[in-house]
Ligand binder design. Sequence first.
Ligand code: HEC
Ligand code: HEC
Ligand code: HEC
Ligand code: HEC
Ligand code: HEC
Ligand code: HEC
Ligand code: HEC
Ligand code: HEC
Ligand code: HEC
Ligand code: HEC
Length: 345
Amino acid sequence: MGLRNFITKVLFILFIINLQLHAQEITTEKTCVDCHSRTVKNKIVHGPTATDCLICHIPNGKKHPVEDEEGFTLLYEGAALCYSCHEEARDVYLEVKYIHDPVKKGDCMECHEVHSSNDSNLIFAKSPDLCYFCHDELESFIKKSKIVHTPATKEGGCVNCHSPHSSSIKKILLKNEKALCLECHNETIKVDKREISNIEKLIRESEFKHEALDDGCTVCHNPHASENLYLLNVPYPTKNYAEGTEENYDLCFGCHDADLLLLEKTKYATEFRNGEQNLHYIHINKKKGRTCVNCHSIHGSSRDHLVPETVKFGSWDMPLKYIATEQGGTCLSGCHKEQSYSREL
Ligand code: HEC
Ligand code: HEC
Ligand code: HEC
Ligand code: HEC
Ligand code: HEC
Ligand code: HEC
Ligand code: HEC
Ligand code: HEC
Ligand code: HEC
Ligand code: HEC
């Protein structure tokens, strides 16, 4: 920062000298900033603005100021002006697959001040406000949602996950989605009295990982906000009991066949059966049915079929002794004494 301050000072001195030199070209003795003080009034002044207004504003020979007469022409129009100095930015922004619409159109000044700004990077406002300026639908969705993912809304917001310019990853994400999410969810996060578990560790240590994770995290979670607990895309019961309807488990049946729940007798719809008797049906398909979380750990588990070692029953971490066998399995838990099932009776 020391070097930057020094450069700023040098630029400022050059700037003053410059103004003296150019003063003659103006109809009065005033300098550009005497009349246009707004251009340099903010904390951070753009390098060239602090140096010489005429780098970008080329005098066209007319007297200035004259009402309704333009005294200057821009060196270049639109993004070409910016890229004329920020050459490497053009390569970074335009030579990747996914380019943010305003960047593609060259509308740099939809987000940036060209003269001076109170925010670093010469932006008009910090995100999310900067982004809400155009993404007003998302703004109202986030603001009306019950559960809000705070990395989206706290200062710095959206650019925690998105590039404002472009990316080689879809939705102009900074990283591949899974890596992006796990970058923060690699520790237990405390919010008020709650603890949000370390998903990265859980997945890494799980011998069996849910294959749904191959498609990323947003197949189940909304990255911004949601009406549903755990930012889930659709309602999903996470307590021990719920009515065993198909709609209640839409989250799962987006990928899995609902027959595993709906058919009382089956030879194919599920492996969780005793002969033809569907054990998913028996446990779940009733008014006060068991929920999936009683028997499956959604992200991953050390046990086959994503069966967890313990299940939350109120404040009790109830142990679940499940052993998968060739033809079925055996289960012992707080729910019932040891029971076995076999697909071949
Ligand atoms: C005596 C006051 C005064 C000085 C000195 C002055 N300007 Fe202006 N400038 C004005 C006024 C007044 C306008 C017209 C503003 C408007 O239309 O709202 C203007 C308009 C402009 C515009 C937009 C229209 C155009 O002419 O292209 C630019 C760019 C500009 N000035 C740049 C400069 C630069 C660069 C300098 C220094 C080299 C400078 N001005 C010096 C008063 C001044
Ligand atoms: C990096 C290039 C660049 C530099 C340096 C620069 N300007 Fe500008 N200026 C622009 C651009 C781009 C516009 C916007 C033109 C538009 O909106 O069409 C602009 C617009 C203006 C306008 C008219 C609109 C307004 O904001 O009031 C004035 C006046 C102006 N500049 C004055 C100045 C003065 C005074 C300086 C030096 C202190 C300066 N500019 C330095 C690029 C520059
Ligand atoms: C005449 C050359 C020139 C032009 C034209 C120019 N810039 Fe700059 N810009 C600079 C310089 C020099 C810096 C200071 C670089 C630094 O501090 O490392 C800078 C800094 C910036 C920064 C801050 C970067 C940071 O790291 O804080 C942004 C953002 C920026 N420019 C955007 C733009 C945009 C948008 C345009 C077009 C509207 C533009 N520039 C046009 C030369 C230019
Ligand atoms: C949608 C808003 C938006 C648009 C459009 C936009 N920028 Fe930016 N720009 C930002 C934000 C936000 C940052 C700060 C990035 C951060 O905090 O990670 C930034 C940072 C920068 C920087 C400094 C850091 C870097 O990436 O090198 C430069 C230079 C820059 N922008 C130039 C441009 C140019 C040139 C254009 C037009 C082609 C442009 N920007 C269009 C929002 C935008
Ligand atoms: C000047 C208007 C404008 C601003 C400001 C703006 N955007 Fe956009 N953004 C658009 C437009 C237009 C699209 C394309 C249509 C759409 O998806 O809404 C878009 C699309 C997107 C997309 C989807 C990209 C894709 O490939 O589908 C993301 C993500 C995004 N913007 C993030 C941001 C972020 C983050 C910010 C703030 C740093 C921001 N936008 C600020 C106009 C803007
Ligand atoms: C925690 C990371 C994260 C944060 C923070 C975040 N986003 Fe996103 N955003 C994503 C992901 C991941 C996607 C892609 C979702 C998908 O593909 O369904 C996305 C998608 C989008 C889209 C495209 C939506 C569509 O349907 O195509 C827009 C626009 C967008 N985000 C804007 C924003 C804005 C504005 C902010 C700040 C308020 C923001 N994002 C904050 C991760 C994030
Ligand atoms: C920049 C850090 C960061 C990133 C990146 C991030 N998160 Fe989060 N996440 C948090 C924090 C902090 C919380 C704590 C609760 C809150 O603030 O929303 C959280 C909470 C959550 C919750 C629990 C919400 C609740 O109230 O129960 C889920 C689910 C979640 N994040 C999923 C994701 C997904 C999916 C992604 C990737 C698209 C992601 N997170 C990326 C920081 C992050
Ligand atoms: C198949 C759907 C699905 C996928 C894919 C998924 N999750 Fe989840 N996630 C859930 C469900 C359901 C919950 C609700 C609580 C539970 O059952 O663990 C949850 C809960 C969470 C929580 C809150 C945990 C707590 O202790 O409060 C976080 C954080 C989270 N998921 C992050 C992620 C991340 C990061 C990814 C991607 C690597 C991901 N999830 C992928 C369904 C999914
Ligand atoms: C994005 C798609 C997707 C979603 C959503 C999804 N799954 Fe999966 N799930 C898979 C895939 C793919 C597999 C591996 C193939 C298979 O066994 O069907 C799998 C496997 C499983 C397995 C392990 C099967 C075994 O025998 O090892 C269980 C248990 C499971 N899912 C439960 C759920 C539950 C509960 C939900 C809802 C919270 C859910 N899944 C949501 C795609 C998904
Ligand atoms: C009472 C415990 C229990 C409940 C509740 C439960 N499952 Fe299962 N599930 C199992 C067992 C055990 C297996 C492994 C069957 C085998 O391969 O031997 C299994 C297997 C699966 C499979 C792999 C394919 C299949 O059917 O064999 C999927 C997918 C699945 N369950 C989804 C769900 C969904 C979705 C829910 C909630 C609607 C749910 N399960 C509720 C115990 C349960």
